[in-house]
Design a binder for this molecule. Sequence first.
Ligand code: URA
Length: 469
Amino acid sequence: MQAVVDPPWDGDAWRVLARQAWCAGLAPEDLVWDGDPQAMLAAGPALQALPATRPPPRVAADFPALAAAVACHTDPQRFALLYRLLWRMASGQPRLLERASDPDVQRVRMLEQAVRRDSHKMKAFVRFREVPGRDNHYIAWFEPAHRILDRVAPFFARRFAGMHWAILTPYRSVAWDGEALAFAAGATRGDAPADDAQEALWRTYYASIFNPARLNPTMMRSEMPQKYWKHLPEAALLPTLLREAGPRVQAMAERAPEPPRRRIPAPAPEPLQVIEGLDALRDAAAACRRCPLWEPATRTVFGEGPHDARVVVVGEQPGDEEDLSGRPFVGPAGRLLDRALGELGIDRSRLWLTNAVKHFRFEPRGKRRLHRNPDVAHVRACRPWLQQELAALQPDIVVCLGATAAQAVFGSGFRLMEARGRWLPLEAARGLATVHPAWVLRQPDAAREAAYAGFVDDLRLLVEAGATP
Ligand code: URA
């Protein structure tokens, strides 16, 4: 009995035939699988006409996906192999696919792997060229090793949804008009434009980013096999770039060392207009967009405390609990600060508590939001709020908790571990810097008590100076 799959890469068409064959009781050796659509006309109905003598086969849940991938392979034995596997699974070996040492399983996995690899390469190496004289119309020529066009076309439809494009291959072509995919017969390379203006641009860019020092030709040839080069505009450059890589690396090594290039600083945000009064400042800060941190954060966490506070305490940035409640130092670090203040007899409600950065910076991790240090650009963008807070409060003492706060107040050259725990001059006040309570909490068990004692000792200066009632 002959069974013909049409089209010969269609896993669903194969499944229909395979099910009929199984239900009719046809053993693998009773069937000849053939990919010739002409033969289908003669053989298909014959198979369909056989009476079903038993229920449909039961196979592993992942078998249909495996069969759909393997159907795209060009191996003429693929359907016979798939039917043998189906037969064996349905005849008492339901876990056959888990047996990695079985020769049929090994073979089918190899075919599946080859199709996946080919699909991946197609996604990576298809290059569209503009159709001359037609706006937003592109054509690509590609020669896949297997019949994967139907499998991969939806990827391009999603990726290039706004373009009109076609991909031509020797066995089949597909076009996307912005709404639907239409498949048609194969084509020849000459049917696709040979080059376009964008390619010259791309080649210039590619040559400029090509780093000869990172070249690994073996790896490159395995990732980008030479058979795909004909599809790539940059491929014309590769022989020269590869040939010149050695001398270029040598020249790089011989060149006198240069100081590392500085990162291009982010543009400084607009200056903040002067806002009179702490309440007006708080309102204005609530709508701050001076850096991107506002967007994922819940709210601006502005400073709080009495408007006549003589001591201002500056932290780094709000944490998770502060972001949710809108109040500074209410989470774990705040509780440790409260404990230290309590031990020193300092009344927290007499202090103004604030932060160098007023939005919570975090990285989502599942349901949690993990603290991330602010960048220099965030501190710089937020500094005018702190400056205006200090200008409005006119405190006698500014206490900085941690390096970020200290650098926001004393400047970026400030070294916390060298200058902590002593009075430091500020323009119209005295400054004091110590470690951040969150740093104390992060210390290993054996070191935490000592770190805490050092933190309390630094803050003791406030008591000795009679700075707090
Ligand atoms: N850490 C800070 O620096 N500030 C807060 O408000 C909370 C934790």
